[in-house]
Design a protein around this ligand. Structure first.
Ligand code: UDP
Length: 156
């Protein structure tokens, strides 16, 4: 199959304020780039309380919700859209378990974190969630549609 014939799959990833403050942006982006995924959306922003609350809406009844919103709005976040076959579940594997102490070495959280409230990066947990989150964080015109020429060397 030609690249254009594969169903388009995208995920939303966000490097949280701890990842940005700890200068891990380049290291984290490198892991998804070298895996073979395509970066189609990228920006750094200070997250409003409204956006944080919408993004974590599913957790609004949880005891950690207030602290989570506080943390996500405490410094800049790097928001990204990545594209590729199987990118949603593959990115979750690259990120690792929610609790960094339980995350495998070799994953982002396993290599760089120790605390669940400072786990460096968010990744959409399903294709439908990704669609909702991309629409929440990005305008249509902020996403670049492009096909890397390298594609022929990362897939049949
Ligand atoms: N979180 C937390 N304490 C908890 C559980 C979750 O601070 O006991 C935070 C943590 O930053 C996590 C986020 O809430 O990444 C969302 O939780 P979820 O279960 O969706 O984990 P994820 O999908 O990020 O692995």
């Amino acid at each position: 199959m030609k690249y254009q014939e594969y169903p388009l799959e995208r995920t939303f990833l966000a490097i949280k304020p701890d990842g940005v403050q700890r200068k891990l942006v380049g290291e984290i982006i490198r892991r998804f780039e070298t895996k073979g995924f395509t970066l189609v959306g990228l920006k750094i922003l200070n997250v409003s309380r409204e956006l944080a609350e919408q993004h974590y809406d599913v957790h609004k009844e949880r005891p950690f919700f207030a602290g989570l919103v506080e943390f996500i709005t405490s410094g800049p976040v790097v928001a990204m859209v990545w594209e590729g076959e199987g990118v949603v579940s593959s990115a979750r594997k690259i990120i690792g378990a929610t609790n960094p102490l339980a995350a495998e070495p070799g994953t982002i959280r396993g290599d760089f974190g120790i605390n669940i409230g400072r786990n460096l990066i968010h990744g959409s947990d399903a294709i439908e969630t990704a669609q909702r989150e991309i629409a929440l964080w990005f305008k249509e015109e902020e996403i670049a549609n492009w096909e890397p020429t390298l594609m022929a060397w990362t897939r049949e």
